[in-house]
Design a protein around this ligand. Structure first.
Ligand code: NCD
Length: 331
């Protein structure tokens, strides 16, 4: 969908707390980044910027008053679940979280994912779902009658993370085209890498992939990039990419996806971003990480202004506010 000129959601110049105009992007579900065109992305980023202004000015608003979100996490989460909760609350909606308590829900009695979804939708307007199986969230969306947002399906995708990652790149560096993005770490199982790579493939970027041999980017993704004519290279050394990278996107080795822990032990200390390594990087570049980190970035890098990972976290809430509004027909 194309929306070059767009009415603001909020009238920031008056005391009015209600949204002024509804128009624009309607999303049925958020399942994969493949559903977004570049125009959609521009639109979502615009709305996310509006959300950040609204939050700075008023803190909360009534845009989603009367709506309820079910946050259902079958895998651990800190940032994704809490940012969806914060996003819904800032827009005036209510949340019933089923995150830490999944062991107390009927799932522990053997209830199927579909039955759980069909039950939850009876008293929720939107469901945010994280599940360990690739494709499970899309399957749930097929049966559910309320919007479903994919908060990570195993080693598959993590579309809302990729949207906030791209938004962060755009905000921090002012552009996406012509950038050199290096992805480092577990490129095989890292779903944030999979989603971000697909999104970046819509732009004129150069991509560098840094991983141990056993954790290289899946072949279908690599072939997709080559078919699109994207400039790609693979290496196993961060030193090969650090000098030219505009974005260093660092990820954790996904221990929970290994069937053989001996293989994990071989790669778990594959690399570490240190202040010494950062001395080789450009002055204008950013280091990103979807977090949690478990030793990939030394804590002393945090005070480097190029360390963008906590700013990235904050952007997550604004992007999720924009997405919740879009699936509920209020964007
Ligand atoms: C990521 C995830 O869950 O895929 N975390 C997140 O949502 N910010 C990354 C990870 O767990 O390594």
């Amino acid at each position: 969908m194309t929306t070059k000129t767009l009415n603001p959601l909020f009238d920031l110049t008056s005391h009015q707390r209600q949204p002024s105009i509804k128009n624009g992007l309607y999303l049925k579900d958020v399942l994969s980044v493949e559903q977004f065109t570049k125009d959609d992305l521009d639109y979502i980023f615009l709305r996310a910027n509006e959300m950040s202004k609204m939050a700075a000015r008023w803190g909360t608003c009534d845009l989603l008053k009367g709506y309820t979100l079910a946050c259902v996490f079958y895998e651990p989460s800190t940032r994704t679940s809490s940012s969806f909760i914060a996003a819904m609350e800032r827009l005036g909606g209510k949340v019933i979280p089923i995150t830490e308590g999944i062991q107390y829900s009927s799932v522990s009695k053997g209830e199927s994912l579909i039955d759980s979804m069909l039950t939850l939708e009876q008293y929720r307007d939107v469901i945010v779902l994280r599940h360990p199986e690739i494709g499970s969230v899309a399957k749930a969306a097929k049966y559910a009658h309320v919007p479903i947002i994919n908060a990570g399906d195993g080693a598959g995708e993590h579309p809302t993370q990729a949207l906030l990652d791209l938004f962060t790149i755009q905000k921090e560096l002012g552009k996406i085209d012509k950038l050199k993005v290096a992805m480092v770490g577990d490129l095989r199982y890292g779903r944030t890498v999979h989603s971000l790579t697909k999104l970046l493939s819509q732009y004129d970027v150069s991509l560098r992939f840094v991983s141990p041999d056993t954790l290289r980017l899946p072949l279908d993704l690599m072939n997709m990039l080559i078919d699109k004519g994207i400039n790609v290279r693979e290496t196993s050394k961060v030193q090969d990419v650090i000098e030219n990278a505009d974005v260093l996107y660092v990820t954790r080795i996904q221990k929970e996806r290994f069937t053989d822990l001996a293989q994990y032990d071989e790669v778990k200390t594959f690399f570490e971003i240190t202040p010494e390594l950062m001395e080789k990087a450009k002055q204008k570049m950013i280091v990103m990480h979807p977090l949690p980190r478990v030793g990939e970035i030394h804590y002393s890098v945090d005070k480097d202004p190029r360390a963008a990972y906590f700013r990235q976290v904050q952007n997550g809430m604004f992007i999720r506010m924009a997405l919740l509004a879009a699936v509920l027909g209020q964007a």
